[in-house]
Design a protein around this ligand. Sequence first.
Ligand code: ADP
Ligand code: MG
Length: 229
Amino acid sequence: MTAPLIQIRDVSKKYDVGRPALSKIDLDVRTGEALAVLGRSGSGKSTLLNLIAGLDKPSEGAVIVDGLRVDEMSEAALARYRRERIGMVFQFFNLLDDLTVDDNVMLPAQLAGMAAGTARKRAAGLLESLGIARHAKAYPGRLSGGERQRVAVARALMNRPALLLADEPTGALDSASAADVRELLVELNRNGQTILLVTHDVALARSCTTRTIELLDGRIFRDERVTVQ
Ligand code: ADP
Ligand code: MG
């Protein structure tokens, strides 16, 4: 059997003040899973996501993704890891408003050294498959929240990440747009994309994931598989 895509081993994260944000977490996520991390505000969800994304380091323990010790990487290795293996989607989209939609989507590939023509073609294909090709030359500010999140997902997929990470991806959307983004994530996972999603929205977790874990005070206190309808 192949190793899990994500292996979290005895991970704790302590900040200078307060109780630990994470305490002795162990977690395996296999390729092809869609895992939702649930939990109240302050329970450690974003901290866990940031450790996996290499945006922060654990105080103790090991974070292994795609066979790489993320917690031991240099800054240069981390930049490359984030660019090439991880796609990230955020609550507030984090698009560059001065760039057109297709330039936003192309950017990660260009930073990774892909030729502009090839990158443009791949971006166009992604925008097409995500149903937003007609907005390719628009600026993000002209789009609805749901459309912007689709652009952000396209950008996250540009470098064919092993892992798609999302922190409250529907948190800033109206219910129709949220449903839309939910369906998109389900579809991506059906096509094999491994997804790890942080949310405090139980409905989102249930509708778009195959497994949920719940954090409470920095510990995993529930881990269950759910059926996707
Ligand atoms: P969640 O995403 O579940 O709301 P977080 O992972 O953001 O929770 O935070 C977990 C705990 O760690 C909280 O008590 C929070 O106040 C604390 N925390 C998060 N980031 C920092 C930081 N940079 N410095 C100090 N404490 C932090
Ligand atoms: Mg958070």
